[in-house]
Write a protein that binds this ligand. Structure first.
Ligand code: PLP
Length: 273
């Protein structure tokens, strides 16, 4: 396996980042996860743009997006596989111990791993922890993901594959690695970015292509929704068939199935929408 580090392709085995890298010591970094189908990354331009937005948000040096694009292409070419997960990590770099960033410059790593296609529907749980919709990291894809790791572990303990967060005002927000959509009386809704959710790339495409409206939704909308589905890079559109152990009969329902079909068709027609 070849990865990209410090401006060049290297064997993953021998590639090393300093133990003093700010990404490791304080979670000072941003990242992107892309889907790669037969060596073709999906929505690369949108992912690069979001990487830059996240980096700017953290005050990291502006990433050289031409280099990141070249790095992605080099890693994809060097590691042929049918279905993969391409990961870009961009951190504060080698720094003194503590929260001040060093002057060595950022670390850029691009790596690829095999991925699995996920089932059409899944079980989710809600967690009592909240997303702070006014937090400094809100909306940025930062590597400070410990809260998501904790919530996802809780989901797995309960036989689910995703955990959903509310926010500080009791509104539905997002999953640990996904955005959420609900169907109410035949209409499709997803929480607005002001809820504190990530500007998911799949979310934006599904909202545009399948015609969803943004709406602040109370958490208990999950008890009333006709259908619920998740979107993310590796899930595409994934129906929800159980919430906190309560079964949703007939999931994935017709609106979910239609959104999934539209997404699959449009994504196949244009790999960089
Ligand atoms: N929300 C969070 C917290 C995520 O980590 C992700 C996944 O990357 C998403 C939403 C979905 O975003 P995307 O569709 O860009 O993968």
């Amino acid at each position: 396996m070849k990865i990209w580090l410090d401006g060049t392709l290297r064997d993953a085995e021998g590639a090393r980042v300093s133990v003093l890298d700010h990404g490791l010591t304080v979670g000072d970094g941003v990242f992107e996860t892309l889907k790669a189908v037969h060596g073709q990354a999906f929505a690369l331009t949108r992912h690069l743009d979001r990487l830059a937005v996240s980096a700017r948000g953290l005050g990291l040096p502006e990433p050289d997006l031409d280099e990141v694009r070249r790095a992605c292409e080099a890693v994809l070419t060097a590691n042929p596989m049918p279905y993969g997960r391409l990961r870009i990590t961009y951190t504060g770099g080698l720094s003194p111990l503590g929260s001040d960033r060093g002057t060595a410059g950022p670390t850029l790593v691009v790596a690829l791993g095999e991925a699995q296609r996920l089932p059409d529907s899944t079980a989710v749980v809600t967690v009592p922890w909240v997303r702070n919709e006014r937090g400094a990291l809100t909306g940025l894809k930062s590597t400070s993901y410990a809260e998501n790791v904790m919530a996802l572990a809780r989901a797995h303990e309960r036989g689910a594959s995703e955990a959903l967060f509310g926010n500080t005002v009791g509104a539905l927000c997002e999953g640990t690695g996904s955005n959420v959509f609900v169907v109410l009386d035949g209409a499709l809704y997803t929480p607005p970015l002001a809820s504190g959710c990530l500007a998911g790339i799949t979310r934006a495409l599904v909202a545009e292509w399948a015609g969803a409206e943004e709406a602040e939704l109370p958490l208990d909308v999950l008890d009333r929704a006709d259908e619920v589905f998740l979107t993310s890079t590796l899930r595409d559109v994934q129906g929800v068939h159980a919430i906190d152990g309560r079964l949703l009969p007939g999931a994935p329902g017709p609106v979910t199935a239609k959104a999934r079909r539209i997404f699959t068709e449009r994504a196949a027609a244009d790999p960089d929408p």
